[in-house]
Ligand binder design. Structure first.
Ligand code: 5GP
Length: 186
C-alpha cells in the first residue's frame, strides 16, 4: 500500500510557505516535496531543502527528459514538481505534501485523482493586497498583476476538496494537520 498525496495551494501571497514551514515537524508520515525552480534563492533558503535551484538550461533538460510531473511560470520564474519527489516517498509508504500555485494543484489532480487538494484562502482580498505590498519585492504594477492573477486563482477554489482560511497561523496549521491525518488514514 502506498501513502497519500496532498497539495496545499492558494493565491500567491496567502502564506503557503510559512504554513508549510510551521507544519514540517508536525507530520512524521509526510514528506514535503522539493520543487525545481529557476528563481534565485532568497536569504536563508537552502538548495535541496527549500528548492532545487537550477539554471534555465537545466530546467529545459528536466522538461525534455520527462522528469517533471507539472511545471508553471510564476512571477517570471519557472517552478516544477519532480516526479521523483513524489514517487520516492510513495514507494517507501510515506505520504507527500506539495505546495504549489493553483494551476500546479489542478495538474496534480489530473495525474492523481485521489490527491487531497487544500485551498488556503486569505481572510479577505484587502489582506492579500497588503501582504503582497508588505513583501516589498514588487512595484505597484507587479502588485496589480499579482492581484489579477489572485482573483483568477480564487475563482478556482471550488475545484478543491478542503478550504482553510489563513487568519491565524496556529489555527490554520492545526486544521491542515487534521485534514492530512484523515488523508493518511482514510
Ligand atoms: P516562491 O517563489 O514564493 O517560493 O513561489 C512562488 C509560487 O510558486 C508559490 O505559489 C508556490 O506555491 C509555487 N510553486 C512552488 N513550487 C512549485 C512547483 O513545483 N510547481 C508549481 N506549479 N508551483 C510551484
Amino acid at each position: 500500500m502506498s501513502g497519500a498525496i496532498a497539495v496545499l495551494s492558494g493565491p500567491g501571497g496567502v502564506g503557503k510557505g510559512t504554513l508549510v514551514a510551521a507544519l514540517r515537524h508536525r507530520l512524521p508520515r509526510w514528506s514535503v516535496a522539493v520543487s525545481a525552480t529557476t528563481r534565485a534563492s532568497r536569504e536563508g533558503e537552502r538548495d535541496g531543502v527549500d528548492y532545487h535551484f537550477v539554471s534555465d538550461a537545466e530546467f529545459d533538460r528536466l522538461i525534455a527528459d520527462g522528469e517533471l510531473l507539472e511545471w508553471a511560470t510564476f512571477g517570471g520564474n519557472r517552478y516544477g514538481t519532480l516526479w521523483r519527489s513524489v514517487r520516492d516517498p510513495l514507494s517507501q509508504d510515506r505520504c507527500v505534501l506539495l505546495e504549489l500555485e493553483v494551476r500546479g494543484a489542478l495538474a496534480v489532480r489530473k495525474e492523481f485523482p485521489d490527491a487531497s487538494l487544500i485551498f488556503l484562502h486569505p481572510p479577505s482580498l484587502d489582506t492579500l493586497t497588503s501582504r503582497l505590498r508588505q513583501r516589498g519585492t514588487d512595484d505597484d504594477r507587479r502588485v496589480a498583476e499579482r492581484m489579477a492573477l489572485a482573483e483568477w486563482e480564487l475563482a478556482q477554489a471550488d475545484a478543491f476538496d478542503h478550504h482553510v482560511t489563513n487568519d491565524d497561523l496556529e489555527a490554520a496549521a492545526a486544521q491542515i494537520v487534521r485534514i492530512l491525518g484523515d488523508a493518511a488514514d482514510p
